[in-house]
Write a new protein. Structure first.
Length: 288
């Protein structure tokens, strides 16, 4: 399945991706633009299975007044193109959006383009207005610039990376567990799943919070969101970033497992294991 979408190993692409906030002013090459648009318009499936659609916004084609109103508060510099997506509101809309948008980001990375998940630092309503026939039942959780990375990062880019400690990731023992979440899962005990889990560990997340936790139970893997505060804090602001992050983690795990020939299916069956209250169950990979 991967081979149809990506020109090289998904592991290599995931390792290559980083948040790029500074772009060359060069336009997208015609062939690259064509491939990107074709991929954006394809039917994207995820284990969460909700309606999403994506468009390539070409800033230089906009009316100058509209152009001025779009904003990323100085975080993104030089970008002439953005991928803007809308999701229909439903139970797993944000997890689905996280999954599908990350697949697009990995596809763009494979094409040699820079990207950056932007969920907070942009004028949401102005970008949403650029989506064809957007309805009241649709929302824009995040966007990404897409273009050729500049050689040097802008000051704001460097500051954003420093503030989020973007280079760092939690070690395995903070993220992956066995049994009733009491024992850290070692790479040895993860067996053939060590690489799919490592691809989760290096995934992007909002403010680099890495809120995914995975519990191995026999041959199955259960995915949870780690809530620092109580679950209802997630109702106070939109979008709920950890749900987008969880979708990204599932995307990395799924694409890597597929590439490595690991067989399984995604199911919503809360396992009968005791977990601390700050873990919110989302989905499970059931090995075949
Ligand atoms: C859902 C989501 C939302 C994000 N929103 C923003 C944002 O609004 N502005 C920004 O500069 N970076 C944003 N980021 C980028 C993260 O800060 C970045 O992924 C993290 O620091 C890890 O760095 P890396 O992507 O270079 O590996 C977001 C990332 C994710 C996954």
């Amino acid at each position: 399945m991967n081979r149809l979408k990506f020109s090289t190993s998904i592991i290599e692409i995931i390792q290559r991706r980083y948040s790029c906030r500074t772009y060359k002013t060069e336009s997208l090459h015609d062939n690259t633009k064509r491939n990107l648009i074709k991929f954006l318009q394809a039917d994207h499936k995820s284990p969460f299975n909700c309606g999403t659609r994506f468009e390539l916004l070409q800033i230089q084609e906009l009316d100058p007044k509209v152009k001025r109103q779009l904003g990323t508060y100085g975080f993104i510099q030089g970008a002439k193109n953005f991928i803007v997506g809308a999701t229909k509101k439903s139970k797993y809309d944000l997890e689905n959006f996280g999954y599908v948008m990350e697949e697009l980001i990995l596809f763009a990375t494979d094409l040699g383009l820079g990207t950056c998940w932007v969920g907070g630092t942009f004028k949401r309503s102005k970008f949403a207005a650029q989506i064809n026939n957007i309805t009241d039942n649709e929302a824009v959780p995040a966007i990404t610039p897409v273009g050729y990375a500049a050689e040097n990062r802008s000051k704001v880019d460097r500051l954003a990376r420093w503030a989020a400690r973007s280079k760092k990731r939690h070690p395995w023992e903070n993220l992956f567990f066995e049994g009733d979440c009491k024992y850290p899962l070692t790479r040895e005990r993860a067996g053939r799943y060590d690489i799919p889990l490592e691809m989760i560990r290096i995934a992007p997340s909002a403010s680099n919070r890495q809120p995914w936790r995975v519990i191995k139970d026999s041959k199955n893997f259960h995915f949870f969101i780690f809530r620092k505060r109580s679950w209802y804090s997630s109702l106070l602001s939109w979008p709920d970033f950890p749900r987008l992050d969880l979708g990204i983690a599932v995307c990395h795990f799924n694409l890597t497992a597929l590439e490595r020939g690991l067989k399984g299916s995604w199911q919503f069956i809360r396992p009968e294991i005791t977990t601390p209250g700050h873990l919110q169950y989302v989905i499970s990979w059931i090995s075949k």
